[in-house]
Design a protein around this ligand. Structure first.
Ligand code: FES
Length: 332
């Protein structure tokens, strides 16, 4: 992305980065190449699927996926000019310039690539290509088999088309790509058709707009595929039970206990009493506020953790998740 995740932030661990290159990849998409502001430093290495927070000069913080896994001398993100922008993508397109120094967060990865599997199918919709492109590059380095299905409204609106074709052509038979541009096919893709015919040990990855992710999940379910991974960059309503009562949160490290009233986000209750947890999107999609759970009956509502991770109950996103009853104990 860089799927961008909407935000206002408090992320604490940051590095300084120089805007080294800004380049149009499509009429509404720019890529931003960041380098360490001190050339003697290196960035921490990043995995395919990871994203960083970019602290913008207007006080906003946005999360963007990195397109260049494995590099330590540069980070590259791509940003769509969003017509519904609340300031982030507009700032990047209109104000961010070569030579500026910006703060960036340490990368996080909630969209991990399983590098051990025999076959991976990567599905990208629009600007969702950014983490998927990183995965394709990584699978190319590893010489694994993968098929990329890249969907966009039109070829001209799609970023990295030529680079992807070059990468696939150079890979021999390891990689394949299917481009689906709506204007060339007379409409959106039939995902069940495109995702059909793969062995049951195939791993599937998707990043794109919410309707595509929903269709992707439904198609994988109908096809009986179980290794299904996705990354959302905008929240969709997760149906959740109403909680009529407040609950107490014990903060193990600080030895404090905070009461959370019904209808109040746990994150806000903590901020209210002067605690400063990291946060960013406030929508359960970026992972910045992930907090270790020591005990408690958590109602998970994020879009990051898997159902298995919800059940394991080892951590929670305190911006959207809460406690069903009794007392919650957190490692803060
Ligand atoms: S602030 Fe983004 S997941 Fe909580």
């Amino acid at each position: 992305m860089a799927p961008f995740r909407k935000s206002h932030s408090m992320s604490s661990k940051t590095m300084q980065a120089l805007v080294f290159k800004v380049q149009y990849e499509a009429p509404d998409i720019v890529s931003i190449e960041l380098r360490p502001d001190n050339p003697e430093n290196a960035f921490p290495i990043v995995e395919a699927g990871a994203h960083i927070d970019l602290h913008l000069g207007n006080g906003l913080v946005r999360s963007y996926s990195l397109t260049n896994p494995g590099d330590t001398d540069r980070y590259v993100v791509a940003v769509l000019k969003d017509r519904r922008s609340r300031g982030g993508s507009t700032y990047v397109h209109e104000k961010l310039r070569i030579g500026q120094v910006v703060s960036i967060g340490v990368s996080r990865n909630y969209f991990k690539l399983d590098e051990t599997v025999t076959m991976s199918v990567l599905l990208a919709g629009g600007i969702g290509i950014t983490p998927i492109y990183a995965m394709l590059k990584r699978l190319s380095v590893l010489k694994r088999n993968a098929t990329l299905i890249y969907c966009a409204r039109s070829r001209v609106e799609a970023a990295f088309v030529a680079q992807i074709q070059t990468l696939v052509d150079a890979s021999g038979t390891d990689l394949a790509v299917i481009f689906h541009f709506d204007d060339e096919h007379g409409g959106p893709p039939n995902l069940e058709q495109l995702l059909g015919g793969y062995a049951k040990d195939t791993h599937f990855y998707c990043c794109g707009p919410a309707p595509m992710l929903d269709a992707y999940e439904q198609a994988c379910e109908r096809l009986g595929q179980h290794h299904v991974h996705l990354e959302r960059f905008e929240a969709t309503g997760i149906p959740s039970e109403e909680v009529a009562e407040g609950y107490a949160v014990e903060l193990k490290k600080s030895g404090r206990t905070v009461w959370v009233e019904p209808g109040i986000a746990l994150l806000d209750a903590l901020i209210e009493v002067g605690i400063r947890p990291d946060f960013n999107c406030r929508e359960g999609v970026c992972g910045a506020c992930e907090t270790r759970v020591i005990s408690g009956d958590v109602i998970h509502r994020d879009h990051i953790l898997t159902k298995q991770e919800w059940s394991a109950n080892k951590s929670m996103m305190i911006c959207v998740s809460s406690c069903r009853t009794g007392r919650l104990v957190l490692d803060i």
